[in-house]
Design a protein around this ligand. Structure first.
Ligand SMILES: [Zn+2]
Length: 472
């Protein structure tokens, strides 16, 4: 039995940064729920739709390969009930559910949603299942059982099932979002030679979710297997119908037989998200995304990822309002939503970090800090743009001088710098002119230097001792 562990990440402890902007009716979001398989909640103008329901806990065929798949139905139900506002009857309403294809890591959880007495589903999109397209026991999984269980749950609840190609091809609105399905036809590959017989992944219904000129590609588990009818595979056939999009969920959890370079380059996404089924994203796919400057975020490492169409740059957050961590990331600087983060290994740096001989400070969210910052009871000055920690003398925008130690702390009181004494107020501001300090008068010239010995000031002679005290 395989085991798997969530990689913990400290970054995501919520601060509710965006919690205050949550309002049911204004939200246009896509939620990638962190569980085994796919479960993607669409949210628009108070309407909700669910694409796939993740893996469930049963294993009706006793297939040992399925035995370790962790069921996520409870995670899913909890997520829906905490993200969909209940109506006046205490019901959580889904305008629709859609099953991309008859694999239990997609269909499994949907039956629990349909059967839940607190959740109302108005409609189900579900293509016919055609087992004659497959020939291997291991890839038959529990497809038929899961499909039949879902269909009978839908029938028991009297929920209409949309399954013919023509109907599935009708684009429709969810709130203010537009949704178009592709790959809705039943692929008639049954006549093919055994070696060409297809996995159910080929049947995946593909969704393009559009709002406000931004498009998300959700391709289920579609793959690029070559077959005589589509020499470049089904991914390419579908991609050529869609063209440029903004966000791509990697097909088939980023696994080896999906996400051809041709697909990715045709879709040309700004960034990619991958869901998880126990295997990391195929390394060459990760390398290709990196080479194309397409950041990859994985629910398995980031937790739930929520895409917010209303954010200026198509922002993405986990459910606590933090920015999820991509893994793996090349160490280095990343500009996300106008803030700088520094990724060192798998997570973004927090606290002090020396980068290229300069110190930077990152808050608990990993956001690079700028300007004056009080940190552990000391003031530090960080560049207003680049965030680098200032040391030595610094003239601020209000023409005041400050002196920052080599370790960055703002200094106050008497400070000796290059053999000269200076006096800095509690605010850190360098003083000039006459100053009464602890009952003694001192004179600091225009450069802030404490005067000693005999000096002419405003045409008069004054005598200061070696400590700078005015004595006569
Ligand atoms: Zn899958």
């Amino acid at each position: 039995m395989k085991t798997f562990e969530k990689i913990g990440i400290g970054l995501l402890l919520g601060v509710g940064l965006f919690a205050s902007t949550r309002s049911v009716n204004a939200d246009e979001k896509v939620h990638f729920i962190d569980l085994f398989g796919d479960a993607i909640l669409l949210e628009s103008d108070g309407h909700f739709g669910l694409i796939d329901g993740g893996e469930d806990s049963d294993n009706p065929t006793g297939n040992p390969l399925l035995a370790w798949f962790p069921g996520g139905e409870q995670i899913l139900l909890n997520y829906l009930k905490s993200n969909i506002p209940a109506d006046s009857n205490g019901q959580y309403n889904l305008d629709f559910i859609m099953g991309t294809h008859a694999h239990s890591d997609h269909l499994g959880g949907l039956r629990y949603v349909v059967n839940d007495s607190q959740i109302t589903v108005n409609k189900a999109y579900l293509k016919e299942y055609h087992p004659e397209q497959m020939n291997l026991y291991n890839i038959m999984w529990d497809n038929q059982e899961e499909y039949d269980l879902l269909v009978s749950a839908l029938n028991n609840e009297g929920i209409p099932i949309v399954k013919n190609t023509e109907e599935l091809n009708q684009s429709f609105n969810l709130g203010k979002m537009n949704i178009q399905f592709y790959n809705t036809e039943v692929l008639d590959y049954a006549f093919l030679d055994e070696s060409y017989k297809l996995d159910e992944n080929h049947s995946s219904i593909v969704s393009v979710v559009q709002y406000n000129n931004k498009q998300i590609f959700l391709g289920g588990d579609l793959d690029f297997k070559t077959n005589p009818m589509n020499p470049l595979g089904d991914e390419s056939r579908v991609a050529s119908l869609i063209g440029d999009i903004d966000l791509m969920k990697l097909n088939h959890h980023g696994q080896i037989l999906s996400n051809s370079y041709e697909l990715i380059s045709k879709l040309n996404p700004e960034f990619a998200i991958s869901t998880w089924t126990g295997i990391d994203v195929y390394q060459p796919t990760k390398d290709y995304l990196l080479s194309q400057n397409i950041p990859l975020f994985e629910t398995h490492y980031s937790g739930n990822i929520v895409i917010d169409f209303n954010k200026e740059s198509f922002g993405l957050y986990d459910y606590t309002g933090s920015i999820p961590v991509a893994k793996p990331r090349e160490p280095g600087w990343y500009l996300l939503e106008g803030n700088w983060y520094y990724f060192d290994g798998q997570i973004s740096v927090t606290g002090w970090k020396s980068i290229g001989n300069t110190w930077y400070y990152f808050d608990s969210n990993g956001t690079m800090q700028k300007g004056w910052q009080a940190i552990n009871g000391q003031w530090y000055l960080l560049d207003a743009i680049n965030g680098d920690m200032k040391i030595g003398w610094h003239l601020d925008s209000s023409k005041k001088w400050y002196f920052l130690k080599a370790s960055g702390e703002m200094t106050t009181g008497w400070q000796q710098v290059s053999g000269k004494w200076y006096f800095l107020k509690a605010s850190g501001e360098m003083t000039t002119g006459w100053q009464l300090i602890n009952g003694k008068w001192y004179f600091l010239n225009a450069s802030g230097e404490m005067q000693t010995g005999r000096k002419i000031i405003s045409g008069k002679w004054y005598q200061f001792n070696l400590s700078g005290e005015w004595i006569a």
